[in-house]
Write a protein that binds this ligand. Structure first.
Ligand code: OGA
Ligand code: MN
Length: 228
């Protein structure tokens, strides 16, 4: 798919998961504007240091708004098959689309996303990226293409809670786990976007702070800006 080819240019093997790694998370200091209980990391310093570049906003959209997005997206998505086949894909068990024009209710939601995530000066990637992960689907660690995407990635999560893991590319022991509740918004900026891989964990690895976070089918609606 066009968008994926451009978005996923650098793939990485997931770091080995250890119990210690999952249970040694320590919460750090303030996390700008987001909900810090939703962010765990390998050290409080890392959580603090990256704080302003990683946000999770709980209940960013209402159930009605989620419904409006789903009503607009489902008919198109239903026509596509989930793709599971390619072992080297960055995403397993997904279908996707991009959308430039939205109905009024959805457009309102998207302008709210844009207004909290992007400065007015920056140019956005025109189409919004929509990624539908099957219950068994997951996204492997990757860094979005620096050629096609700018410094900020903002994503709404529909239908399911999930865990996004960030791992520092040149120091795999440095990581953050973000709990992305259904209907939340996450924002990755700058270092968090360039120096860390991000991934969405598969259902059987979906554990946050020792608690299982069952992964259902999940649709993400992702806004990005253009590189400078
Ligand atoms: C991507 C990606 C995350 C998400 O499409 O590049 O990382 O929330 N998606 O679906
Ligand atoms: Mn990505």
């Amino acid at each position: 798919m066009k968008l994926l080819l451009s978005v996923f240019t650098r793939l990485h093997k997931p770091p080995a998961l250890t119990g210690a790694r999952l249970s040694s998370g320590a919460r750090g200091g303030p996390v700008a504007a987001g909900d810090e209980a939703l962010i765990r990391g390998s050290s409080p310093e890392l959580v603090r240091g990256l704080g302003s570049q990683v946000e999770v906003r709980t209940a960013f959209i209402t159930e009605d708004e989620e419904g409006a997005l789903l009503r607009e997206l489902e008919p198109g998505l239903r026509k596509k098959r989930y793709e599971f086949n390619h072992w080297d894909d960055a995403i397993h068990g997904y279908r996707e689309t991009e959308r430039e024009r939205w109905g009024e209710a959805c457009e309102k939601v998207l302008s709210r996303v844009r207004s909290v995530a992007f400065s007015e000066a920056c140019s956005l990637l025109g189409p919004v990226h929509v990624l539908d992960l099957d219950k068994t689907g997951y996204i492997k660690p990757h860094v979005d293409s620096v050629k096609f995407c700018g410094s900020t990635i903002a994503g709404l999560s529909l239908l399911s809670d999930s865990i996004m893991r960030l791992v520092r590319e040149d120091a795999k022991g440095h990581w953050l786990d973000l709990l992305l509740p259904r209907r939340s918004l996450y924002i990755l900026r700058d270092q968090a976007r360039y120096d860390f891989t991000h991934e969405i964990l598969k259902d059987d690895e979906s554990v946050f702070n020792g608690e299982r976070v069952p992964r259902q089918r999940r649709i993400s609606v992702i806004c990005r800006n253009l590189p400078d």
